[in-house]
Write a protein that binds this ligand. Structure first.
Ligand SMILES: N[C@@H](CCC(=O)N[C@@H](CS)C(=O)NCC(=O)O)C(=O)O
Length: 247
């Protein structure tokens, strides 16, 4: 039995939902409302001591960290494979997954916090929020929540993040000269790791960053055409308000 503790509008959760959908696996939906700070409840912290989503629970045993979860899923449920068979392509895949964790995800966070979460926590008093996040296992994440509630939009952080994302997209464009997918010929966990970041950038009105990147644009069309994308993406009504919010 697979249970997924996740938040629909979390890019890290989206990564795991994509892997589950690619494998056609059924899972029990265990929603964790980040805006109600359910990730900091003692029962959830027992599953994931980092106080973040997602957490996969397989037959009662938790697995944390979206990239680790996705490799675990590929090992536990090998069909269809989501890692290339050749060691070198597999190494390329892992470099992309690491790059997403270390560079791309941190670079989408300023947009998420300043342009989405800020309006979501606007109703909370800053001191209430400070009490809520005081015990966050990740102090830098706690600071981001407090800044979102208390400070004006951080335009310089947004600009620095935009520059980092532009660099990451150029790196993708170059990689995609060598094959239809990031690791080469095979669709893999590398593509799965990056796809939610592209979706988030689009929602943050950053799609202009892929102008002049034909390989990347083709990759985006292909990734969105996979049935897994529609199954895993946060459907409307499950997205926080953001620059592309229309309702
Ligand atoms: N490296 C972790 C990062 C997880 C993470 O940052 N999750 C975010 C949502 S994408 C979260 O739960 N944030 C909760 C918080 O900010 O308190 C992973 O990939 O699982």
């Amino acid at each position: 039995m697979l249970e997924l503790y996740h938040y629909w509008d979390s890019v890290c959760s989206f990564k795991v939902r994509l892997a589950l959908a690619e494998k056609g696996l059924e899972w029990i939906d265990r929603p964790v409302n980040l805006l109600a700070f359910e990730q900091l409840r003692p029962d959830y912290l027992k599953l994931n001591p980092n106080g973040v989503v997602p957490t996969l629970v397989h037959d009662g045993v938790p697995v944390i960290e979206s990239s680790v979860i996705n490799e675990y899923l590929d090992e536990a449920f090998p069909r269809p494979p989501l890692r290339p068979p050749e060691p070198l392509a597999r190494a390329r895949m892992r470099v992309w997954v690491k790059y997403e964790d270390e560079v791309v995800h941190p670079a989408v966070r300023p947009g998420t916090f300043n342009l989405m979460i800020k309006s979501a926590v606007a109703g909370l008093r800053a001191d209430e929020l400070e009490t809520l996040v005081a015990k966050h296992p990740k102090p830098d994440v706690a600071k981001d929540w407090i800044k979102a509630a208390r400070n004006p939009v951080d335009a310089s952080a947004l600009e620095a993040a935009r520059m980092k994302l532009a660099g990451a997209l150029l790196r993708m464009e170059r990689a995609l000269e060598n094959g239809p997918w990031l690791a080469g010929d095979t669709f893999s966990l590398a593509d799965i790791a990056i796809a939610p970041m592209i979706d988030r950038m689009e929602y943050l009105a950053l799609a202009g960053l892929w102008d002049g990147h034909p390989n990347l644009r083709r990759w985006i069309v292909q990734i969105k055409a996979r049935p897994s994308f529609a199954r895993a993406a946060p459907f409307e009504g499950r997205r926080m308000r953001g620059p592309l919010y229309t309702a």
